[in-house]
Write a protein that binds this ligand. Structure first.
Ligand SMILES: *[C@@H]1O[C@H](CO)[C@@H](O)[C@H](O)[C@H]1NC(C)=O
Length: 269
């Protein structure tokens, strides 16, 4: 095999970069924040967009990789190997935001189990799928198992509570979607992993709920062009800004993203 001189110089340059950062525990110069979630975070399209696509302009000095996939729950994201992929990708200093809940409800014991519903409870409960016979675990089992694998690589995990649905649906605030149980579950996951020193919680649900209260009926409804779950690009931008503000306020504890927020981010709630 022959190498061109350009390739040789490039490989020598790469080798000298490696030599300067031999300690595998060193943080990368620019860490990465990975987002694990569903359609409300993902790059969707048409009239809709997930909030993850609007996070990059709110941050400095960190790369955002949006790994959210429409339709996924903590269970299906796990079963498709997506958390394993993330654990393989991260290096020390990276951050993974885990935000699920919209697709996690329902009954896995049902004969029409959709492959997404988690087993009810927050601990070691196990259900058997009424459709496939598969063992189904709780939301906390799935996200905490994923987080432990990610933390073992030296990365941090932020458990973020799911976004609310349109809280002004029907014209009065709170008519739909009183805090869903997955908000508390995400908070509990951070508490359960507090001993690692690498797990934290952002109450994204509460941040967006507060923002919608401030925006009012007409404005909030205008952000939901097709249903009460998925926002327009403008809505996604606001939902990202609410996340950034909650991180800035550190109201449920400090997260490692705080140090990467841009100074001029707007106040939305
Ligand atoms: C997070 O903090 C906010 C502000 O103090 C509070 O309203 C919210 O209830 C907290 N979330 C949880 C799940 O404790």
């Amino acid at each position: 095999m022959r190498f061109s001189s350009t390739a040789l110089i490039a490989s020598l340059a790469a080798a000298s970069v490696d030599a300067r950062s031999v300690n595998p525990c060193d943080k990368r110069a620019t860490p990465t924040v990975y987002l694990a979630g569903d359609s409300t975070t993902a790059k969707t399209g048409g009239l809709l967009m997930g909030w993850g696509e609007y996070l990059p302009p709110l941050l400095n000095g960190i790369t955002v990789v949006n790994k959210a996939v429409p339709g996924r729950s903590a269970r299906s994201y796990t079963n498709e190997g997506r958390f394993t992929e993330l654990a393989n990708l991260v290096t020390a200093g990276d951050i993974v935001v885990i935000e699920f809940g919209h697709n996690d409800g329902g009954s896995p014991r049902s004969a029409s189990d959709n492959g997404r519903s988690d087993c009810p409870g927050t601990g070691s409960e196990v259900c058997v799928s009424g459709k496939t016979g598969e063992k189904v675990y709780t939301f906390n089992h799935y996200v905490e198992t994923a987080a432990r694998a990610i933390i073992a690589k030296g990365a941090s995990v932020i458990f973020s509570s799911q976004t609310p649905n349109n809280l002004w649906e029907g014209g009065s605030y709170g008519g739909y979607g009183t805090p869903v149980r997955f908000v508390e579950y995400a908070s509990l996951a951070a508490k359960n992993l507090a001993g690692t020193g690498k797990a934290s919680f952002v109450d994204h649900y509460q941040a967006v709920a507060n923002m919608y209260l401030k925006l009012g009926n007409a404005k909030t409804n205008s952000l939901y062009p097709s249903d009460h779950t998925h926002t327009s690009p403008e809505g996604a931008d606001l939902v990202a800004k609410a996340f950034a503000q909650a991180v800035k306020l550190a109201w449920n504890g400090t997260t490692p993203l705080k140090g990467y927020l841009k100074a001029g981010n707007p106040t939305v709630f």
